[in-house]
Design a protein around this ligand. Structure first.
Ligand SMILES: [Mg+2]
Length: 251
């Protein structure tokens, strides 16, 4: 059967697009990450290295994380989590030349954020999109490697839907940099006019999708109030279910 659909793929942002941060538990990034920093401390000291006390080690890594993310937002170039952690260990006096990042990342053990859950219609909408023959992609502005966020997607039972998934940490670029969109299109083997992008941040998701020529849908659930920042989404939806008639319309 010849597929005559113009749109062949729907590419999603993750945070506040497929999973809702509305009820994110009130805790600081440092508080959330502290057990992760402690596990890395345990691992690296088990390897025979000397580190400052856990409290100070957590301060160092947390500050480097913060600086790295701020710089990434400013420059559009994303440093991966492994690089930040190795830099933190080097700052604490560890000779990192022979350290392999994988066990350190595994000790970090990324996990779902407390209070974050998929939007109630996420599974049904993704199932419908998949059943209609669309490929489904994911681009997230995250500095973790995708395999870490995959653990989270599996926890939410969302992993099964995606043909391709990338994080900015993996690609080295943050949305709205066009490179991250081209990378995804390459993975899906599609041209920009064959895909639509759905995301909640006008100046990341919408601007980037438009910069490569993709149709861009703004996810604007009632609890979010992002400034449009001069961007004009092609469509705006308040819930994921509203995507289905849009896809029908785009044919
Ligand atoms: Mg988002």
């Amino acid at each position: 059967m010849r597929d005559t659909k113009r749109i062949k793929a729907v590419i999603f942002d993750l945070d506040d697009t497929l999973i809702s941060w509305e009820k994110l538990a009130h805790m600081s990034w440092r508080e959330f990450n502290r057990p992760k920093y402690d596990r890395i401390h345990d691992l690296v000291t088990q390897w025979g290295h000397t580190l400052p006390p856990k409290e100070q080690f957590a301060d160092v890594i947390n500050e480097l994380n913060r600086q790295s993310w701020e710089k990434a937002l400013e420059t559009g170039r994303a440093e991966g989590l492994a690089a930040v952690l190795l830099r933190g260990l080097a700052f604490c006096g560890v000779d990192t030349a022979d350290l392999t990042p994988q066990p350190i990342l595994e000790a970090y053990q990324w996990e779902p954020l407390p209070g974050v859950t998929p939007f109630p219609d996420a599974h049904a909408v993704l199932e419908a999109i998949q059943a209609q023959g669309y490929k489904i992609g994911l681009i997230t502005n995250a500095y973790q490697p995708m395999w870490m966020r995959d653990n989270e997607l599996a926890h939410y039972d969302l992993l099964r839907f995606f043909t391709a998934r990338i994080t900015s940490g993996d690609t080295g670029f943050l949305k709205p940099h066009p490179a991250v969109y081209w990378r995804m299109l390459g993975l899906l083997n599609l041209m920009p006019h064959e895909a639509i992008f759905v995301g909640d941040r006008p100046t990341h998701d919408i601007q980037g999708a438009h910069s490569v020529g993709m149709t861009a849908v703004l996810m604007a659930p009632p609890y979010l109030n992002h400034d449009l920042g001069g961007q004009t989404p092609d469509f705006t939806i308040a819930s994921l279910s509203e995507l289905l008639p849009i896809l029908e319309q785009l044919g």
